[in-house]
Structure formats: C-alpha cells, structure tokens
Design a protein around this ligand. Structure first.
Ligand code: NDP
Length: 451
C-alpha cells in the first residue's frame, strides 16, 4: 500500500518550511505553484501515489564551492559558487548564473524551481537549474572579473556539459562574463561545444538571444491585450530595470507603439514624461552596457525627472513591466498601480511581485502574466541556441524572430487553456502557467518510476 500525498496545502507548506528553514524566497516560489497545482491534482491519484509535488520541490542536486581569485592589488579574495540542478525530467538542466552580493541558496533554489516550470512551458526539452555567486561585479576591473570567472568555471566545468547542464546569463552575468566563462571551459576541456548560451555571435551565439527575454515579455502583454480586442498602441508603460531584459522590453514597446516613461536601476528611477525614443534608448544601452554608469546621468543628459532611491510604481500608467529583480513590486505598490489605472502587468524579472500583490492584481481583474510565462522567451531562444550548436550552424534572425513570436503565442494559449475562469472571460495566467508547466514535468516523472 503506497503512502499517499493527501495532505492539505498548509500541511505541505509547513513541511517544506521545516525542511528548508530560512529560505523565504524558495517558500514563496513553491507556494505559488503548489496553491494552483493542489486543486488540479486533487482527483488525479497517480500524482499523489508517486509523491510528485513533494519530489518536485526537492532539487536533484546542489553543488556549493569556494571560488578564490586575486584582485588587482594582489589580495586573495574568496566567494561562494553555487549550481542548483533542480530537475532534468524533460531535458538537460538549463538556467542562468547570477553574480550579485544578494545571492544565497534560498534565491537560487527559488530561481531553479521557477525555471523548471518555465522551461516546460516553452515546449522545448529543457530541465531547470540556476546558479551563481555572491561576487559583486560592480566596481571590478575587467581583469578581476576575468580571474573570478576563470576560477568559478574551474570548479563548475565538472558539473556541466552540452547534454548535462547548460548555464546562461542573469543579473551580473552578461556578454563579457559569458565570454570569460566559455573561454575557460574550452581551455579546461579542449572541447568547443554549446555548454553555455548567450554566447557572442563569433563563437556560437544565437541571433536575438539578447533581445529575446524583453521582446517575449512584451509579446505576452500584446497577446493578452489582443485577446481583449486591444493593443499596445498609445499605452503608457512603466518599465523597471535598465539591464538586458528592461532595455529590450522598452525597445519592443517602442516598436509596437507603446510610450515608455520610466526605467530604473539599483539607485533610482527616471521619469520621462515625453516617453523614450530610439536615440534615448541607445544612450541607455551605451551607459549601462559599455560605460556601466548610473541612470542619474541619463536624467541630466535629457533633463528628465530622477527619483533617487525610489521605484517607478507610483507613476500613473496603463501597463507595467517589472524587469529588475524579485519582489520589486510590494503589495502596497500593487494597490497603487491598480488605483492609478494599471490594466496589465507582464513580469520580465523573476518573481518581481510579492505574493499578496499578485492576489491584489488578480482580484482587481488586472491582466497579470507571471514571470515563468512572460519571461520564458529568453530561455526559449537559449534552447534554440543549443539546437544551433548541435547542428553547427546559425539560423537566420528572421527565422528566430518568428519562432520567438510563435513560442510566446503558444505559452499564452496554454495559460488560457488552464487558467480561464469558468463562466467568465477572465484568465488567471498564474494558475494557467503553473498547471501547464507542471503537467509535462510531472508526467515525465511518473513515467520514470521512483528515481
Ligand atoms: P541585468 O544585470 O542586465 O540588469 C538588472 C537591472 O536591474 C539593472 O538595471 C540593475 O541595476 C537592476 N537591479 C538589480 N537589482 C536591483 C535591486 N535590488 N533593486 C533595484 N534594481 C535592481 O539583469 P537582467 O536584465 O538579465 O535580469 C533582470 C531580471 O530578469 C532578473 O530577475 C532575472 O532573473 C530575470 N531574467 C533574465 C533573463 C535574461 O535573459 N537575462 C531571462 C529571464 C529572466 P544596476 O544597473 O544598478 O545594477
């Protein structure tokens, strides 16, 4: 007689918290999925018998290691490196590396858990993982970043591979870092393979990879609007962040007729009442990716408002695109957005809205696309970068643009299929994404038996 899994959600979460103490972000991410999945699996005995929910909330493997490197003054420095290989039921582990002082096990476990469902939603064969380090890239010279990346890869290379685990970038890990990491992997193994994605175009990168997350987040919003017979044209949009995701979300919004009035970084936000244009965005790209400067400089250059130490959510808008970091929209800020008339939110960052904030949006019938659906475009193109590397050829940009649009459209449809409320036209995209992402992974786990 099997031990069945018929605990209620509170009992499940109490157990999870007991076994993963002091990991609030991980608890939050699991709760968000479990709250929807519990109802869905209530009458599906096989998932209970196979203990799928309990098993899916335990990573396959976690690797933690020391990263020693030498700074420009000859001092020996030490950081912690991590890789959380969460679940490879539907394909090799796949997920970014984050270098930021805030990195800890709770954050990486939440990101790896989320990644598992996001990758499943793309329809591509990719498992879920995440990794990184508490290393702060800010204020470091190129030489210091290179030495750090080389030391980091000197341990990580044992645990990754093109058919095993394929990392990519995330906060603090952009084109420069991926180049250093790939170079060291190649040196250590003497193999030129697609072990990382987000690579430079000269060494196996894919067209539109750098744009894909931001573009996809906007396509998701466009699909939600079009389902209501509306569109992006003329909509006032708040974008937070000024990194990879935010910049290309802003760019696609401009292409599709949106008016982008804010961007932010970790020290404040700019409010440009006239809206950004291509020239201003080019300035931001140069400022943030080449000169690694602060948005305050943009505000001075274009004489727009700069709000030090604040986030953009008090500015009235039609649509919001949080593209900076987790929990950047508090519950109070969600209420402010709603009372200021915000009609839709598409999450470019991972888990940028607090749990009760999501509830507030859903109750107010705001269209709300959760990160695991809205920002899946990046990993989808990473998956296609893996395919291109295996084939040893590069596909055309137009081909990949079309595929990105199609994949985001399919994700939107799957969310509608599982998230449409009976008897109403409202779609709970959180529920839809959680259930659609869960099913494929869960069914693969059932097929494998107890492993
Ligand atoms: P970047 O490092 O390129 O940019 C991050 C931006 O957010 C920077 O402008 C940074 O400010 C700002 N930021 C970081 N931390 C904070 C904070 N605590 N408070 C306020 N602002 C902050 O990262 P990405 O654009 O790649 O990633 C952004 C988000 O998108 C993350 O949640 C990431 O996990 C998610 N994501 C990224 C994908 C990708 O393809 N890159 C794919 C899917 C999700 P500053 O300039 O001052 O550092």
């Amino acid at each position: 007689m099997a031990i069945t899994d018929h605990v209620n959600l509170d009992q499940f979460m109490a157990g999870l918290k007991r076994h993963n103490a002091n990991e609030p972000e991980f608890h939050q991410a699991v709760f968000e999925v479990a709250a929807n999945v519990f109802d869905y699996i209530a009458d599906k005995e096989i998932y209970h018998e196979m203990q799928i929910l309990r098993r899916i909330a335990v990573p396959d493997r976690i690797i933690i290691f020391r990263v020693c490197w030498e700074d420009d003054n000859g001092n020996i420095r030490v950081n912690k490196g991590y890789r959380v290989q969460n679940n490879n039921s539907i394909g090799p582990y796949k997920g970014g590396l984050r270098f930021d002082p805030s990195v800890n096990l709770s954050i990486l476990k939440f990101l790896a858990f989320e990644q598992t469902f996001k990758n499943s939603l793309t329809g591509l064969p990719m498992g879920g993982a995440k990794g990184g380090s508490d290393f702060n890239v800010k204020g470091k010279s190129d030489g210091e970043v290179m030495r750090f990346c080389q030391s980091f890869m000197t341990e990580l290379f044992r645990h990754v591979g093109e058919d095993v685990d394929v990392p990519a970038g995330d906060i603090g890990v952009g084109a420069r870092e991926i180049g250093f990491l790939f170079g060291q992997y190649k040196r250590l193994t003497n193999r030129f393979v697609g072990v990382l994605t987000g690579k430079g175009m000269e060494f196996g990168g894919s067209p539109i990879r750098k744009e894909a997350t931001g573009y996809g987040t906007v396509y998701m919003m466009d699909d939600m609007l079009q389902r209501r017979g509306d569109g992006l044209e003329g909509k006032t949009c708040l974008v937070s962040g000024a990194g990879n995701v935010a910049i290309y979300a802003a760019e696609k919004l401009l292409h599709l007729g949106g008016k982008v009035v804010t961007l932010s970084d970790s020290t404040g936000f700019i409010y440009d009442k006239d809206g950004l244009n291509a020239e201003k965005l080019e300035y931001v790209i140069d400022l943030k990716t080449k000169r690694r400067g602060r948005l305050e400089e943009f505000a001075r250059e274009y004489d727009v408002e700069y709000h030090a130490g604040e986030k953009p959510w008090q500015v009235p808008c039609d649509l919001a695109f949080p593209c900076a970091t987790q929990n950047e929209i508090s519950t109070a800020e969600a209420h402010t957005l709603i009372s200021n008339g915000c009609q839709g939110v598409s999450e470019g960052a991972n888990m940028p809205t607090e749990q009760h904030g999501i509830l507030a949006f859903t109750e107010a019938r705001v269209m709300f696309a959760p990160s695991k659906a809205a920002n899946a475009g990046g990993v989808a193109i990473s998956g296609l970068e893996m395919s291109q590397n295996s084939e040893r050829r590069t596909w055309k940009r137009q081909e990949l643009e079309k595929l990105l649009l199609e994949i985001m459209g399919d994700i939107h449809e799957r969310c509608v299929e599982y998230g449409k409320e009976p008897g109403s036209d409202y779609v709970d995209y959180v529920k839809g994404a959680n259930i659609a992402g869960f099913i494929k992974v869960a069914d693969a786990m059932v097929a494998y038996g107890v492993v």
